[in-house]
Design a binder for this molecule. Structure first.
Ligand code: 6GU
Length: 246
């Protein structure tokens, strides 16, 4: 019983890509998870293998046809496949660690990668797709976003991370950014490692790290803090606020 990812894409050759190396790649080789990239074009039946058409109402670009996307979903998901179907789109709800944890705890995911201007809204609704974005910028397609989502999930699968303690102790699990890390040498180009870290006082080290984590979070990501300042910062980001699931 492993975690199974299916990716629906017009560019199956992009996979596994970086997911075939490092931690994720070793997990793939060891059968801890699986990855199947399916070409959306393979479900077409016409001579030109057409997947898209012009948008009703006019405008630039092309839209993926609902019948083609539906057939690709049907072909990828056998009867009784309960995996969530995620559509990667800049219009989606922001990807957060909470969703990553939920997806990683299930049996896997089916990921639909958009290209062109979009996907016909009717098949998104008919298939109950979860629309997810990886941030407030525009990529040329959902494939790199799918890799980001998969990397985030796969590292939480039991056995994938070597020293498993580090996985959930990090940034976005404590809702704070990470404190800074140092290693040898204790002095480098005239820069000393903070003395407290050399002191051997574990309680003091823990206190210092917490203060550092809070300071860097206040400075860079006040929206992560449950403070008046943090709530103001969140309110300034309406895309995040509006798309946050209940
Ligand atoms: Cl999921 N897709 C695309 N094309 N652009 C994005 C994105 C997804 N998330 C942020 N930008």
């Amino acid at each position: 019983m492993s975690w199974n990812a299916t990716v629906l894409t017009l560019f199956p050759g992009m996979f596994p890509g970086p997911l075939g190396t490092s931690l994720a790649g070793r997990g793939l080789e060891r059968g801890l998870w699986s990855l199947e990239a399916r070409d959306i074009r393979d479900v077409t039946t016409d001579r030109h293998r057409t997947v898209d058409d012009t948008p009703f109402g006019g405008g630039a670009g092309m839209v993926l046809r609902p019948d083609v996307v539906d057939a690709a979903c049907a072909a990828a998901m056998p009867e009784g496949d309960t995996r969530p179907l995620v559509f990667l789109t800049p219009r989606g709800m922001p990807l957060r660690q909470k969703l990553v944890r939920e997806l990683a705890a299930g049996s896997g995911v089916v990921l639909l990668c958009g290209r062109y201007e979009g996907v016909d809204q009717r098949v998104i609704e008919a298939r109950g797709m979860i629309e997810v974005s990886i941030g407030d910028y525009v990529l040329s397609g959902g494939e790199v976003a799918a890799m980001v989502l998969l990397d985030a999930c796969v590292r939480l699968i039991p056995g994938v991370m070597g020293a498993a303690e580090s996985a959930e102790e990090e940034s976005f699990s404590s809702d704070l950014l990470e404190y800074p890390q140092y290693t040898r040498p204790a002095e480098w180009r005239g820069r000393r490692v903070p003395e407290v870290l050399l002191s051997g006082h574990h309680a003091e080290v823990a206190r210092w790290r917490k203060a550092q984590a809070e300071a860097v979070t206040r400075e860079r990501r006040p929206d992560l803090l449950n403070t008046e300042q943090g709530r103001d910062a969140s309110a300034r980001a309406p895309l995040h606020a509006a798309a946050t699931p209940a």
